[in-house]
Design a protein around this ligand. Structure first.
Ligand SMILES: NC(=O)c1ccc[n+]([C@@H]2O[C@H](COP(=O)([O-])OP(=O)(O)OC[C@H]3O[C@@H](n4cnc5c(N)ncnc54)[C@H](O)[C@@H]3O)[C@@H](O)[C@H]2O)c1
Length: 317
């Protein structure tokens, strides 16, 4: 990775991954692709910006040519809850947008990182210790686009030699940018509400286990996979990666160790609950561990402590 374009750079992952890439590869070498939401702060100040709507292939092509990009970190997407409300938009961005990025990558010989998701699984998948290679029959538009995306990326690698790589991210927990409308957003909202109001109404039912990961590990996964030597990769799109698995009761109990007055009630949202129930309880990420040395740094206690410290500072400002 020498000249990197990040699409969707203003989103939850991009707003932290882009500055980290700039630290490693040099500010001038990491172009933040911006769609509608304008970046602010460090992301805006620290390096080049370019308008990139991934559904506009000409725009993607021009930016890649102009900046001599060799790697596209393709984060632009419509997330699970929004995709259920707007399935046509989700197909347009998640599939047509990805196709455009792959075509431009083929033409200009770029490597491509595309995150897939735990949403790429469905009810017929073994939901405990979910294997790397298993049944993938999701029943959500998000899931359909993620499985299609995995297949398309593998096809571009096999057929055209494009260096495509990806991970199946679990729910990502972070303190900088709020999540963009996914099913696991509760695990971020709970921290804001615990600090601000000492109470939270959770839209996911007690007993619903999902894989989760703290942002520093999500960033590490993307960079380490892209830096891994290709001959070691038996899989490409996309690797199971996880750091922890919990249900709302477990994270609430962990938060109570720091904020003893915190209480949680349930106002279950049937749409997001149904999505959550179709996703793994916990994934087996041994292929990522074996093929490129994946190992997360944060478990629930360390993540909770860090989130509360960072958010308390942020919210007191
Ligand atoms: N955050 C998570 O918990 C999570 C979990 C699993 C997978 N992922 C995947 O990681 C990737 C990044 O997710 P995120 O959480 O940062 O999402 P996000 O919603 O926070 O950010 C996505 C960004 O894409 C932008 N975008 C939307 N349409 C666009 C278009 N046509 N052209 C260019 N940009 C466009 C949005 O404005 C937004 O800034 C996605 O592929 C997502 O499916 C995220």
């Amino acid at each position: 990775m020498k000249r990197i374009l990040v699409t969707g750079s203003v989103g939850q992952i991009g707003s932290e991954l882009t500055p980290r890439l700039r630290e490693i590869y040099g500010n001038a070498n990491v172009i933040a692709g911006v769609n509608r939401t304008q970046p602010t702060g460090e992301l805006k100040e620290s390096g080049p910006l370019a308008p990139v709507d991934c559904t506009d292939i000409k725009q993607v092509d021009e930016v890649v040519k102009k900046h001599k990009v060799d790697t596209i970190i393709h984060l632009a997407a419509v997330l699970s809850a929004v995709a259920e409300a707007k399935p046509h938009l989700a197909w347009g961005v998640n599939i047509n947008g990805l196709y455009n990025v792959l075509e431009v990558a083929r033409e200009h010989e770029c490597a491509v990182f595309t995150p897939s998701s735990i949403g790429a699984f469905g009810l017929s998948t073994p939901l405990d210790n979910t294997p790397q290679d298993t049944i993938q029959r999701p029943n959500t538009m998000y899931g359909v686009t993620k499985v299609t995306g995995e297949l398309l990326c593998d096809y571009y690698h096999k057929r055209f030699g494009v260096d495509t790589r990806g991970v199946r991210y679990p729910g990502i927990i972070s303190s900088v940018t709020l999540p963009g409308g996914g099913t696991t957003d509760y695990a971020v909202e709970i921290f804001y509400e615990a600090i601000k109001h000492k109470k939270y109404a959770c839209y996911i039912e007690a007993g619903t286990f999902l894989d989760m990961m703290y942002m520093p590990d999500a960033i590490k996964a993307a960079i380490e996979l892209m830096e891994a030597s290709p001959e070691k990769l038996k899989h490409r799109n996309a690797f199971n990666v996880t750091a922890m698995s919990f249900d709302p009761e477990i994270i609430a109990a962990e938060i109570r160790k720091h904020i003893p007055e915190f209480t949680m009630a349930y106002e279950v949202d049937p749409v997001r609950q149904a999505i959550a129930e179709s996703w793994p309880n916990n994934m087996d990420d041994s292929c990522a561990r074996e093929e490129w040395g994946w190992s997360p740094d944060y478990q629930l206690p360390a993540m909770t402590k860090d989130m509360i410290e960072k958010l308390t500072k942020k919210l007191n400002k």
